[in-house]
Design a protein around this ligand. Structure first.
Ligand SMILES: [Cu+2]
Length: 168
């Protein structure tokens, strides 16, 4: 009984240590890719994006991935883009919280559906402390500072009770 609970706590500890390192790469539109005729608001609907995740846009020739401001996203205006790429495989790292907007700058494509708004969360609650460190550093800090220690404490307590029970 005590042995199995110690085992469970070990597994919890392992899972907890693994989680903060998982940065997700989302393939935009999944198998549809970045194309006209895909509803990207449906695609984003069931996803939670966090700082550190990435967007992978896959598309054929004749398209672009432009990061734009909200107003340009709404009006499908190209020309003031924050960044642009037409390589066919564009990976965008989501480095800051808030909403990021992407359109295809080829005339008619944005209004044809090639527009994507992604709301990015700041990640783990303890990541809210703004520092100058990189995302990776912040994440490893948070995992040692807040996520792991309660589990470690629980494990120590359970180990002690296991040995106490074994001695009885
Ligand atoms: Cu296009």
């Amino acid at each position: 009984m005590a042995f199995s609970s110690a085992l469970i706590l070990w597994s919890l500890l392992a899972i907890n240590m693994a989680l903060p390192t998982l940065a997700t790469v989302y393939t935009v539109g999944d198998t549809s890719g970045w194309a006209i005729g895909t509803d990207y608001s449906t695609w984003t609907g069931d996803k939670i994006f966090s700082v550190g995740d990435s967007l992978a846009f896959n598309y054929g020739a004749g398209h672009t991935v432009d990061e734009v401001k909200e107003s340009d996203y709404k009006s499908c205006t190209a020309g003031n883009s924050i960044s642009t790429d037409s390589s066919g495989a564009t990976t965008i790292a989501l480095k800051s919280a808030g909403t990021h907007y992407f359109i295809c700058s080829v005339p008619g494509h944005c209004s044809g559906g090639m527009k994507l708004a992604v709301t990015v969360k700041s990640g783990k609650a303890s990541d809210a402390t703004p520092t100058t460190s990189t995302t990776t550093a912040t994440k490893s800090n948070s995992s040692s500072a807040s996520s792991v220690s309660p589990i470690v404490a629980m494990f120590i307590v359970s180990s002690i009770s296991y040995y106490v029970l074994r001695m009885l």
